[in-house]
Design a protein around this ligand. Structure first.
Ligand code: PMV
Length: 326
């Protein structure tokens, strides 16, 4: 038997602009996906017969990455993430599966987090018809604060480059780790609107807007500049500055049409007790995030406004093998 955990993620700055080569900054959160795999007599997922075509991430990791041909497995999944909410639940699922299978097939052998991030990215790309940025999978695998960009970013430690052949041509990304001080007096509170929002549709909407109104590219460039300023504030541990950059980023995201009334209402509710608050991920539903010194207060405000809150430490560890329970 082997067990592994991989965290979800939250984008602090740069969503949508990253599609146009600007940098994005994401942090891992406490909540994530835990997977337990056990050798068994038949293939079982969550107590039901496993149907590979319904679970493309898991079957890609089993068949294409590990080329697993051993005895059938019983797979159990525990998720602490809202799904289709921009928290990277499919990336966490892929990474947890990769890590658990690594432990089952190579017990005790060190888990290489860069290989795991590549594995997860490949599973996401396979499930999303070749279009997937490595943001979610890299942040979930490596943990901490991760910068994803078309070019190398100053002030961040380069970790690896990701490349993908997509239906729109070849894409490359530089993945770096932001060097940030220990932050233990500020939390993230995620607020789920309850509306699932497909990333592909939101990305296509922004692309249409930019074609119809090329002037809107100033918003994308502004998000890039705000991301760099937010990253600088973060590396100095200046959390008020990080919050201001989050607010500014949200204004620009609103200007490109990716907010919605439900996100606005949760952001307004959280604002009074936040250093900054914005939508996180693709928008159009999904989640908002507040940066705060009063996480319980903000969680209450989100709940009263009709959202589902989730409190997380500012940035936590990446994917890991879990010890066997006796
Ligand atoms: O899938 P989400 O909700 O975490 O958002 C992805 C971020 C986008 O910039 C909108 C898309 C992308 O591929 O980077």
């Amino acid at each position: 038997m082997a067990r592994a955990f991989a965290p979800g993620k939250c984008i602090l700055f740069g969503e949508h602009a990253v599609v146009y080569g600007q940098p994005a900054v994401a942090v891992s959160i406490n909540a994530g996906v835990e997977i337990c795999v056990k050798r068994s007599d038949s293939w079982v997922l969550e107590g039901m017969p496993f149907e590979p075509s319904r679970h493309p991430h898991i079957s890609h990791i089993l068949d294409d990455i590990f080329q697993y041909s051993g005895v059938p497995l019983e797979i159990d999944v525990k998720s602490g993430l809202f799904s289709a909410a921009g928290l990277g639940s499919s990336a966490a699922l892929s990474n947890a599966m990769g890590a658990a299978l690594h432990e089952l097939t190579n017990p005790g052998e060190k888990l290489d987090l860069i290989s795991l991030a590549r594995m997860g990215h490949s599973a996401e790309a396979n499930a999303q018809k070749g279009r997937a940025s490595p943001t979610d999978t890299a942040t979930s695998a490596l943990g901490g604060c991760i910068v994803v960009s078309g070019n190398r970013v100053k002030g961040a430690e380069h970790v690896f480059d990701a490349k993908l052949e997509t239906p729109d041509g070849s894409r490359t990304w530089s993945i770096s780790r932001a060097v940030i001080p220990e932050i233990d007096d500020v939390w993230l509170v995620l607020g789920f609107t309850g509306i699932g929002s497909p990333t592909g549709k939101m990305v296509a909407g922004v692309s249409k807007l930019l074609k119809e109104d090329p002037q809107k590219m100033v918003e994308i460039e502004a998000i890039g500049a705000i991301t760099n300023a937010g990253l600088k504030a973060l590396s100095e541990g200046h959390m008020e500055g990080v919050g201001e950059a989050m607010d500014a980023c949200h204004e620009r995201l609103r200007n490109i049409g990716v907010s919605c009334p439900e996100l606005e209402s949760l952001i307004t509710a959280a604002k009074g007790h936040s250093l900054g608050a914005k939508l996180t991920g693709a928008g159009g539903g999904g989640c908002m995030v507040s940066l705060t010194r009063e996480p319980k207060r903000v969680a209450e405000c989100i709940e009263i406004a009709g959202g589902r809150p989730l409190i997380s430490k500012f940035s936590s560890g990446g994917a890991r093998i879990l010890k066997q329970e006796n």
